[in-house]
Design a protein around this ligand. Sequence first.
Ligand SMILES: Nc1ncnc2c1ncn2[C@@H]1O[C@H](COP(=O)(O)OP(=O)(O)O)[C@@H](O)[C@H]1O
Ligand SMILES: [Mg+2]
Length: 602
Amino acid sequence: MRSFVSEPTTDGPVSWSVLGKLGSYLAEYKGRVTFALTLLVLAKLSGVGMPLVLKRVVDSMDMSLLAEKGIEIIVVPIALLIAYGTLRFFNVFLAEMRDTVFSRVNERAQRKIGLEVFQHLHNLDLEFHLSKRTGGLSRDIERGTRGINFLLRFGLFNIVPTLLEIALVTSILFINYSGVYALVALISVVAYISFSIFATEWRTGFVRQANLLDSQANSRAVDALLNYETVKYFGNEAYEADLYDSNLTSWESARVKNRLSLGLLNSGQALITAAGITVMMVLAARDVASGNMTLGDLVLVNAFMIQLFIPLNALGFVYREIKAALADVSTMFALLDQKPKVKDKADAKTLGAGSLPVEFKNVSFHYHKDRPIIRDVSFKIAAGEKVAIVGRSGSGKSTLARLLFRFYDLCDGQIKVDGTDIRDLSQHSLRQQIGVVPQDTVLFNDSIYHNIQYGFPEASEQQIQQALEFAQLSTFIDKLPRGWDTKVGERGLKVSGGEKQRIAIARVVLKNPQILIFDEATSSLDSKAERAISDALSKVAKNHTTLVIAHRLSTVVDADRILVLEDGQIVEQGDHNTLLQKGGVYSALWEMQKSDAEPAIN
Ligand SMILES: Nc1ncnc2c1ncn2[C@@H]1O[C@H](COP(=O)(O)OP(=O)(O)O)[C@@H](O)[C@H]1O
Ligand SMILES: [Mg+2]
């Protein structure tokens, strides 16, 4: 059972409206759902039929009748017994059929909802993703889909048939015997259910506690083992063992309490079952004695009562899990209700290809209203021109790039591409035309080949070869035993910063958009490699509208215009020579970098 209850689940508010939403996903499969429900009813009917046949078997085997009628009577119970066996088989077989028929519906609902959430998350803005832990998101989705599975399987195929069975049995008892029998069955079932729910609520705290301590002890042990070297450096084996053991001690007592409470739950349930059956049997025995009932009726009543309690056995578990599943599914659906801050307008235009000029017009922006980041910035990049932005770290350079890519909407002013405000363009078409080599490149945990191909999935091998030669990756790849099939590791941690940047350059070259943004694209390269790549980048930039962000000024001397950004404001602009002559911030920066004795500068 532990695998089901793995971790303490989300403690969100349980919303029953979730069921309605789930139902709408089922609606698509009306036929299948109806078929599965029909099988469900048939399975239950054969289940309820068993005691009825059993009664006939017992009645027909009444010894006094047997003696009177002779041989012919022996045949009847055999036919009945075969009927009994058949019913028993169908009871299970139909339930299996039902699960198989329904499985597609269940799986499809999970797939559709999972996909919907995934797509929705990609539509949400960068801000949302920066403030949310990705690990947390994927856990929410995983739990949510598991919750849906549980709700559909257990909700539909445990709760519904159980209720159906209770209704059938009490009606049969009511119709065939006196109302007292139906009443006793009903009262004991209601008592059983109420007790189970009450006791389960009471137990939940213990179960949570035990699970929590379980994962706590576990993660502490894993942490200690991961820090194997540190433990050895400080000779702290005994200390770690003590810590682990004190965790285990609390775990032990929590488990014992948990077990004790489960024992109480099960015993209470058994008491109610036994009391119910006993009362029923007393009533039946009295009726048999007075000749109102046959022996078969007594067997029937007994069998019904036992059968009634079987599905209720797991009720405590199912109840707790359904509550948790509802909370998990609500959490996941809440994600779907999140609205993106950056949205396409209903009549958004599509940005065409061709040469695209860019204009920033009195742009102001802040992430938080108390701290302005970009202040009244205006500049133009003509189609095919190359403009550089330089400035200290934190001055807002990368922010300008993010604004052009429309990761955020402006607080004031306008950014125009090809004369159109980017808020009037569809995000997709805008981004299609912009290639970014970001400051911190993150790679997919896949091969180098795949990571480059990502820039243009339809690219041929030859085009990829060209791109990687362009980014000067070929010598590096030739040295790798597995060539471009080498995996780069999670987030690209198995390649160096410089290699990562070159992969990022190669994939943008492959994408071949009209507008290029290089955000310190060569900062992780050594001076020699940087010079080589800068030359290459200048070559691509020739026919493109290019925004280069750099802190090493040597890489931007050939720009058509250089903007010097300080505290989100442009304080100087002009080409390299003009700015040097001016003797302002730029020339001071230039002198400083030269005196840093960096041979790459010249
Ligand atoms: N998502 C964010 N939320 C809040 N502040 C941010 C965010 N991103 C960047 N900043 C802040 O904005 C300022 C400018 O950042 P950035 O544009 O990355 O500077 P740089 O010129 O070094 O590229 C920095 O001080 C940074 O702390
Ligand atoms: Mg930056």
